[in-house]
Design a protein around this ligand. Sequence first.
Ligand SMILES: Nc1ncnc2c1ncn2[C@@H]1O[C@H](COP(=O)(O)OP(=O)(O)OP(=O)(O)O)[C@@H](O)[C@H]1O
Ligand SMILES: [Mg+2]
Length: 363
Amino acid sequence: MNQRAIRPPAEEVYSAELQALATHDTSERPPGWRLSPQAVRGFVCGDPKLNVPRKFYGDDILVERAIVGLAGNRGLLLTGEPGTAKSMLSELLAAAISGCSTNTIQGSAGTTDDQIKYSWNYALLLAKGPSLEALVPAPLYIGMDQGVIVRFEEITRCPPEIQDTLVSVLSEKLLMVPELRTGDRVLLAKPGFNVIATANTRDRGVHEMSSALKRRFNFETVHPIQDFAMEVELVARECRRLLADSAAPAEPEAGAIETLVAVFQDLRTGRTSDAVPVERPSAVMSTAEAVSVAMAAGLDAFYYGKKKLTADFIGRHISTAVLKDNVDDLGKLKQYFDVVVRERGQKLGGPWAALWKARKYLR
Ligand SMILES: Nc1ncnc2c1ncn2[C@@H]1O[C@H](COP(=O)(O)OP(=O)(O)OP(=O)(O)O)[C@@H](O)[C@H]1O
Ligand SMILES: [Mg+2]
């Protein structure tokens, strides 16, 4: 039986890198941190000296600001379009700073106070009354008690009164448990405790954040990758890794991933690299979606093709990323093919010509 989890947490996947960074880390560490801010940056943005590859592609200054804010004990809120690696960045930071990225609250309309702070083992509560023994800690209690990061995913999906649980905790760094005896009633946060929250700008308006809570967070907006070569490198690497994990290692043909990323960048920005305006679909053309198209194309090529990920297979799957809930997007995608893909196919041939031939799969 295969015992490995489908997706182990970052501290497990990168345990050797975290170990190497800790061993060579000679810089000062903020209280309660496993690594210095320099080593945390090296883990996220890559450290060639220690053979640690880059994991987050984009704005390194944003990463530095995020780390410094956390070192200053302010909460961090990563906001931005879907699929811009907000959750990934929060996971990597928690893994590097606390050695644990799984102390996580998943925000939803149904999130309750109990799921954030603590709840009770009712059998023990009835038998012995309220005591520390009967208390079942939730991520916020665990983070404060053990001095580790709490990740709060999709915080704006929670009703405002639930979000506001964090207001006093973030400023006072203490949590009251009124049910307990006087000596146990106040939990004081240990150094290393902090909160990294994420919120998706497309979900804004589900619930606004109170201004009191906003003031307790440093906001960082994560943007889609703009650099073409960087996005190609990321999509190719992620696609190879995911296909290898699925035991379907189809190899991308030269130029196939470049073609996919070019299509995504054109549709995301609403203009081609030659500055020709194109109609933007309403769907999010995120890097994460590009990775899933490449992955689906690779699986298709592995099982039904000749194990080569060609642009033809990309053409078969591209509509799954663009066509979500707006029927007009199909027309926009077809028009992009008719204007841009056709011309590039004629001029450049190769993967663009293969992609143009796959227009018939757009439906
Ligand atoms: N700048 C980037 N650097 C590295 N990976 C990226 C980047 N942008 C997107 N990705 C890819 O996108 C995947 C999904 O990202 P993630 O789930 O963290 O996005 P998100 O911003 O949390 O999205 P959502 O708002 O939908 O929750 C990552 O695992 C990675 O493969
Ligand atoms: Mg996310």
